[in-house]
Structure formats: structure tokens, C-alpha cells
Design a protein around this ligand. Structure first.
Ligand SMILES: [Zn+2]
Length: 296
């Protein structure tokens, strides 16, 4: 059995025909009046689905950071926090988004290496494979992505071997446990017939390589900050975009935290006051944000 995650991903993916779906779901509810150019009669083709809005806090109401942009019938994931596959399955079931059914989860972009954004990667790699995904999982992200995926495959190699060589009917998807990775830098990261995805260099404390992303769909442009301090790259990439998904912590609650944690949050993240300034300059049609400081 050969386990290899270093097969390169082409910049341009081959087009696939997909059904048209509609609407936006953000965490606990749908946005019924979509931002941007899509008319009320014509539901948006490009939707933002928040699969997880949590932090390292073990909040039972919030899964780990994970976001989906769904265009027609294709899902583009950004980060894979704890619970990513189950929340995607929930959105598929409750919001009628078949692109988020586990076998259809084929592509994920990583913003950075923090564990709360990545602990769902083994689940995303192996769970949908067991459930019938036909293709390997494509993983694009900053330096270190390949090493992490190699480590995941090594850690679960015994399980993979048993599933391949045991009684489980694998049929046509025997190779789909693999991770096909590409380590990227700032700039155009991916393009297919539905979207263009541009990686944006952002500052996230002492993390050396952290990205936000600008996703240009057929009818909407969405910008995702990832974890970041205030950045002109995000403001410039949005510049009147339809949706800006930006991280934030409460400036008011920060004042209640110990000094060392105040220093950490200030160096790694964005306060509500700073986000207001970002929103005023970036002028998104819709600003989506959320975070908490209860423990972490
Ligand atoms: Zn982080």
C-alpha cells in the first residue's frame, strides 16, 4: 500500500456539470435577503455556509472553524475544525445542500496551521472516503500542508490498510483515501469553471504563513479573513465585495482578560473596534463575524 500526499494539484481544475441550488445559510439561520447582485427572483448561485464558528473553547454550541462556499452543486471548504464533516452533513440534510454530503467533500483550502482550524482534517480525509467519496481529498494551503497530510496518513495507516484489505467493499474508490496537496503562496491559488480563489497574505501573530481568501463566484465575491490582525490585504481584496467573513474578538470583553491573554489576542486577532474600521473601508454588502473569549 502506497500512501502519498505529494501529488501536485493543477491550478486549473477540470469543469464538472452541477445542479443549481440557492440561498445562504450562516450558522444558525439563512440569509433571506442576499447581498450583492443576485435578484430576489433569482436565488444566488454562490452561497456562504458557516459549518463551524468556534474557537479552541469546547463550546457545545459551536464546532471548530470551518466554512463552505457552495457554488451551484460544488463545495469549496475553508479550514477543517472539529466537527466539519458532521456539520456539513447537517447542512446537506437540513438546508438541502447535497454538495455538502460527505462523499462530495473533495476540496479544502487551509488558512493556517493552528490546531483548531485543522483537527478536522483526518475526519475530512478519511470519513468521506469510507462513505463513498470517489476522488482523493485535494488540500491547498501554506507551507507545512504536505507534511501535515503525510502525518495524518501515517497515523491512520493501519486503519487504511484494514479498510482496503479487509471485507469493506471499496470498489471504485479504493484510492480516494489519499490527500492530494499543493502548498501555495499569496496570489491566484485555484481556478475552475465556477470560481477563482486568490490567497491573501495576512498577519496572524507569530504564524509565519497565514492566508485569507477571496472567492469570485459567478454572481458573488466572498472574502474570508481567516485568523488575522487588521490587514490592508483584506480591505483591498473586498473593496465592495458581496460578503466579508472576518474574525473578531470583543474589545469590551478583552479588558476582562489577564494581561498575557490581552497581549496574545492583540497580536493575533482583530477587535470589534478594529473590525468596524475594516468594514468601513472594505464596504462589504454583508459583514459576517463572530468569536468569543470566555476561556481561550
Ligand atoms: Zn489561528
Amino acid at each position: 500500500m502506497r500512501i502519498d500526499s505529494r501529488t501536485p494539484i493543477p491550478l486549473r481544475a477540470s469543469p464538472r456539470l452541477t445542479p443549481v441550488l440557492a440561498a445562504v445559510w450562516i450558522g444558525l439561520g439563512w440569509i433571506t435577503s442576499p447581498a450583492g447582485s443576485a435578484s430576489a427572483q433569482e436565488p444566488p448561485r454562490t452561497r456562504l455556509v458557516l459549518l463551524g464558528t468556534g474557537t479552541p473553547n469546547a463550546d457545545p454550541e459551536r464546532s471548530g472553524p470551518a466554512t463552505a462556499v457552495v457554488v451551484d452543486g460544488r463545495a469549496y471548504l475553508f479550514d477543517a475544525g472539529s466537527g466539519v464533516v458532521r456539520r456539513a452533513a447537517q447542512a446537506a440534510r437540513d438546508r438541502q445542500i447535497p454538495a455538502l454530503l460527505p462523499p462530495n467533500l473533495e476540496l479544502v483550502f487551509r488558512t493556517h496551521l493552528h490546531s483548531d482550524h485543522t483537527v478536522g482534517l483526518p475526519d475530512l480525509l478519511l470519513g468521506p472516503w469510507v462513505l463513498g467519496r470517489r476522488e482523493p481529498l485535494s488540500v491547498l494551503g501554506p507551507r507545512g500542508t504536505g507534511r501535515m497530510m503525510d502525518g495524518i496518513l501515517a497515523a491512520w495507516s493501519a486503519d487504511i490498510g484494514i479498510r482496503l484489505d479487509g471485507l469493506e467493499p471499496r470498489g471504485q474508490n479504493a484510492d480516494a483515501y489519499r490527500a492530494v496537496t499543493r502548498e501555495i503562496g499569496p496570489g491566484l491559488a485555484y481556478e475552475d469553471d465556477l470560481v477563482r480563489v486568490t490567497a491573501l497574505a495576512v498577519s496572524h501573530g507569530s504564524i509565519e504563513h497565514a492566508f485569507g481568501y477571496r472567492i469570485e463566484g459567478p454572481d458573488r465575491t466572498i472574502v474570508i479573513s481567516g485568523d488575522a490582525t487588521p490587514s490592508s490585504a483584506i480591505v483591498d481584496a473586498c473593496d465592495g465585495c458581496d460578503i466579508l467573513l472576518h474574525e473578531v474578538f470583543s474589545a469590551e470583553r478583552l479588558a476582562t482578560r489577564p494581561a498575557e491573554w490581552r497581549a496574545y489576542h492583540t497580536a493575533f486577532h482583530t477587535s470589534t473596534v478594529q473590525l468596524a474600521d475594516i468594514a468601513n473601508r472594505a464596504r462589504p454588502g454583508l459583514l459576517v463575524s463572530g468569536r468569543d473569549l470566555d476561556v481561550y
